[in-house]
Design a protein around this ligand. Structure first.
Ligand code: PLP
Ligand code: SF4
Length: 447
């Protein structure tokens, strides 16, 4: 370890930094360094109103700004943990990536015609209030409505923090019952809000109920705690989670500055508990819309045993227009990563399509042409090469001969019958020739 690393490690173990002490002192004059590391203390002293925010920033907004910010916070709640606040560089806060993600802006009040309160049509895919079932084999399970820090770019900013729609025990029971009765669900993604806002006993109970359902093969938790409140990741939490493998955790780092000593420690604790870690970023104007920032971010992630999973295009949700970038910016970032760095450091770039279309992967094009004998590819350097197709290939047709294929136990055949979409066109060629939009007039006339 170099000197700086040793110094950091010492700070991390026992003491707090001067900055942390000053911030804690402003919020709670009796605070000790152990309080700073206590997630309940952090939640209790989170910054929730504009006056306190001004005091902490050491600045006064104009009365007009104050009024607009009050209206913004009334519509989309604010809560900033002292920890996350301590990462803001106050000298240049207006362009600071931490500030932009946590401090409200009056731009959130601007509405545009293309924006929607529920852009992903999540409400239409809810068989019960806590479950969104859009994909065949997996569900989103909303188990909490609260977050440690309300991200200004949150897709669900209309719902989070809303006490009225907080799921109760009955709702959760209903969700568990739905999963138990729906055999095709093999992957349950706990979401919210932030599921780790719930206490360890509740998580223990919920995970216990879920692993007891025989068709549930894997559970995932989506949480931003390692980023906004890393002290939530305690030894006790890790021991609790480790009882329910295979359990995955997906977190949400957007900027390399978020990878602090404390964040890295929390990730190490999760990884040491045997939990595979993934990261989902959102592409945000002014925060991370730059190939250099994204490259630094993915490198920091893999160095901390976190696999970059998705980069999301910013949704068409209300109050997010100032965060949106062109899709071309995302393609440019992907172009700068693929081939240029380790394959496992490259996330997938997705647009969560409006109207419940779901995640659509978007990529630079690498297959540029083909004939029956060759495909033409271009690589990341711009080199154009051909790959020769085989001269002989015996098409493999499936008559359910799973013994021959080594599938044990054999498939039930239900898989092929259940095929949907383009996969269905390719699988059930005898019964399905085309997918026709329900609104296609010409098709209607033909009937
Ligand atoms: C994103 C999402 C999932 C999980 O999708 P993966 O691509 O498997 O990570 C499941 N359900 C809904 C509704 C989602 O939006
Ligand atoms: S942690 Fe997730 S759910 Fe909570 S505000 Fe941030 S993006 Fe939204």
């Amino acid at each position: 370890m170099n000197e700086q690393a040793v110094a950091n490690a010492q700070v991390a173990k026992s003491e707090w930094t001067e900055l942390q002490r000053d911030i804690a002192g402003q919020l709670d004059p009796t605070a000790q360094s152990s309080d700073w590391r206590d997630w309940q203390w952090q939640l209790k002293h989170s910054i929730r109103d504009i006056e306190l925010l001004e005091y902490m920033l050491g600045k006064c907004f104009s009365s007009q700004e104050q009024e607009q910010l009050r209206r913004t916070v009334a519509k989309f709640p604010m809560s900033i943990t002292p920890y996350y606040f301590s990462l803001i560089h106050k000298q240049a806060y207006s362009t600071d990536p931490i500030y932009l993600q946590s401090v409200p802006s009056s731009l959130e009040l601007e509405t545009h015609s293309e924006e929607m309160a529920d852009p992903l049509a999540e409400d239409k895919h809810r068989p019960v209030s806590c479950i969104s079932h859009r994909y065949p084999d997996r569900v989103l399970f909303y188990v909490s409505n609260a977050c440690a820090m309300y991200c200004r770019h949150c897709t669900r900013k209309r719902q989070v923090g809303d006490r009225e729609s907080k799921p109760g025990r009955d709702d959760i029971e209903q969700g568990i019952e739905y999963i138990r009765n729906t055999r095709q669900v093999r992957d349950v993604l706990l979401s919210g809000g932030d599921p780790l806002m719930m206490d360890d006993e509740f998580l223990d109970w919920l995970l216990g109920r879920l692993v007891n359902i025989s068709h549930v093969e894997v559970i995932r938790i989506g949480t931003r705690m390692p980023v906004v409140l890393p002290y939530r990741i305690t030894d006790k939490l890790c021991r609790t989670l480790a009882q329910y493998h295979p359990l995955w955790v997906h977190t949400h780092f957007n900027h390399p500055r978020e990878m602090t000593e404390a964040a890295a420690e929390s990730l190490a604790m999760l990884a040491d508990a045997g939990i595979p870690l993934g990261n989902q970023s959102v592409l945000l104007a002014g925060v991370n819309d730059c190939p250099r920032i994204m490259r630094r971010l993915v490198h920091r992630l893999v160095a901390n045993r976190v696999r970059p999973y998705y980069i999301y295009q910013c949704d068409l949700a209300e109050g997010l227009s100032h965060f949106r970038t062109p899709v071309g910016k995302g393609i440019e970032i992907m172009e700068s990563l693929i081939g240029h760095t380790s394959g496992f450091a490259v996330p997938q770039y997705v647009i969560d399509a409006p109207k419940g279309g779901g995640k659509v992967r978007v990529m630079p094009n690498y297959l540029i042409s083909c004939s029956d004998r060759h495909v033409v590819l271009r690589n990341y350097e711009g080199m154009i090469v051909t790959y020769k197709e085989p001269d002989t290939y015996t098409p493999r047709s499936c008559e359910g001969g799973c013994e021959r294929c080594g599938l044990d136990p054999p498939e039930s055949g239900a898989e092929e019958l259940d095929a949907i979409g383009i996969h269905q066109l390719l699988t059930n060629t005898e019964t399905t020739e085309a997918l026709v939009p329900a609104s296609n007039e010409r098709a209607h006339r033909m009937h």
